[in-house]
Design a protein around this ligand. Structure first.
Ligand code: UN1
Length: 499
């Protein structure tokens, strides 16, 4: 499909596409596809006011009825899956299969949130005092801000928004300035659902397009109860410190430096497939992408040639073309960062396979690369950094405890996995002294998590969790109630206070 057609099919045209100053280019050929309106910090303040008004009424709507709105959003997403999936592909460069997968993830979280809308339950607690009951109640929290990254331009918003909406909270979304079109198209989908729903306040869902100053306006406002931010650790630190200053709530999903340990008993065919998908999928630009391979000495020289031969045949090109598996990097900066890392890896004694630019004649303004594998003599400082590109460092180990130590010896703690058919090894990896990540898998790669499992990680990854069984609690205010239905006033802890 031509680029113009993709935009039209996703419901974008006229003023929305061409009425502004923020230039949007597609990483497919580097060409400009739109110029969209940018919001000012003052407009953001107006959005926050409108969201506060929306909160006043939305919090009184029964939660299962709020779930009905999310059910309708899910229906509209189903109807638009192909169109939005293609737009994701056009705007951020991931292959169409993955673009559609991302929309499927949005549908999945909507289904999940609809169920949750009937399960926002608290505990009843045995009181130590006669004639007393204790319970906890969960109330809507307030306005929620969502800051999302270019690589999952729509799914991450939906993980937050679907739950926030059923919990009674309006959402203001500040997407990456690299991917405003998918956000605007998604807003169109939400507006269709709102129209079908009937009487919801329109400011329940708003999109603010622009740069970091809009994120700063969200974090600065005392009227934004929660900011959920996905992106670099640097950005997350800025969000966290601004929110801490005013004691606001955050959910942070930041950098990853995900590894796989391959032990001598591993099924190497399975491992090879998992490695390639997780290292080169989304051109290595997932926060869950596989970046480090820690392979036992006995299988290293078997596995690495297999990988190199698969890498040699990888179809690289236009992500909209059926059969292509590796699309472009998001922009020149990403390309330069990858080349710098490759340069540094050589200086560290690494042996580089692939990594060079390709299709430059056809697309001089786009950045396609051959995914790289770098055999490293050890885990150097460079390997401990996250480079957002299809760049996989491979290292050897002899004893599993050493592999686990190397695995954990990075600042990030998002996702991890082990390939092994030995239960002693797999259980050691999942134990308290095993992987220190938020996600730890066995015989499956670190990327491609599904809705229902808590998603997020420790250390520099920020500690947040999204879309898991109890994720809804993050979007609600917890209240403990003690009710005295007796005619006495006994004090807790047996305190006597006679007046
Ligand atoms: C991200 O890269 O920010 O687990 C999210 C995965 C996807 C989500 C990735 N479900 O790879």
């Amino acid at each position: 499909m031509a680029h113009e057609q993709i935009l039209t099919a996703a419901g974008l045209s006229g003023e929305t596409l061409h009425g502004g100053t923020l230039a949007v280019t597609t990483p497919i050929d580097g060409r400009e596809i739109a110029r969209v309106h940018q919001h000012t910090a003052a407009e953001m303040d107006a959005m926050i006011d409108a969201a506060r008004d929306a909160f006043e009424s939305w919090r009184t709507v029964p939660a299962p009825r709020r779930g009905e709105l999310v059910r309708l959003i899910g229906e509209e997403l189903r109807a638009s899956k192909e169109q939005l999936g293609a737009l994701v592909s056009l705007e951020c460069g991931k292959i169409v299969q993955e673009g559609m997968g991302e929309v499927q993830e949005m549908i999945d979280i909507c289904d999940f949130a609809v169920g949750v809308s009937r399960q926002l339950h608290g505990l009843t607690i045995a009181s130590e005092r006669p004639g007393h009951v204790m319970r906890e109640t969960w109330h809507p929290l307030g306005v929620c801000g969502v800051i999302s990254a270019f690589n999952f331009p729509v799914a991450v918003w939906s993980w937050n928004a679907a739950l926030a909406l059923v919990c009674g909270d309006p959402v203001i979304w500040k997407p990456s300035e690299k991917t405003p079109l998918t956000a605007l198209a998604t807003q169109g989908i939400v507006e269709r659902a709102l129209a079908r729903f009937g009487d919801a306040p329109p400011a329940l869902s708003q999109v603010a397009i622009g740069g970091a100053e809009l994120g700063a306006a969200l974090t600065a406002s005392p009227h934004v109860a929660l900011v959920s931010a996905t992106g670099s650790t640097r950005m997350g630190r800025a969000v966290a410190s601004a929110m801490a200053e005013r004691l606001g709530r955050t959910i942070l999903e930041l950098g990853g430096n995900n590894a796989m340990i391959v032990t001598p008993s591993a099924d190497l065919d399975l491992a090879t497939r998992a490695i390639v998908f997780s290292a080169v999928g989304t051109a290595g630009q997932r926060c869950t992408s596989l970046r480090r391979l820690i392979v036992h000495d006995d299988v290293f020289d078997d596995l690495l040639p297999r990988l190199r031969s698969v890498y040699d045949g990888l179809p690289i090109g236009d992500p909209l073309t059926e059969g292509v598996l590796v699309g472009p990097l998001i922009d020149e900066r990403a390309f330069v960062a990858m080349q710098n890392a490759l340069e540094r890896s050589r200086a560290d004694g690494g042996e580089v396979f692939g990594g060079d630019r390709t299709l430059a004649d056809e697309h001089p303004d786009a950045y396609y690369v051959r995914p790289a594998i770098v055999e490293m003599p050890e885990q150097t400082e460079l390997v401990r950094e996250e480079t957002f590109a299809p760049l996989l460092y491979a290292m050897r180990y002899r004893e599993l405890p050493d592999a686990i130590a190397m695995h954990n010896d990075v600042p990030q703690g998002l996702s991890s996995c082990i390939f092994s058919t030995d239960v002693r090894e797999t259980e050691a990896f999942l134990s308290a002294t095993g992987s220190d990540c938020g996600i730890a898998n066995v015989n499956i790669g670190p990327s491609g998590a599904e809705i229902g499992g808590a998603f997020g990680g420790e250390k520099d990854t920020g500690g947040g969790r999204e879309s898991g069984a109890d994720a809804w609690r993050g979007y609600m205010r917890r209240q403990t109630n003690t009710v005295n239905y007796s005619r006495e006033l006994p004090l807790a802890q047996g305190i006597s206070f006679e007046i």
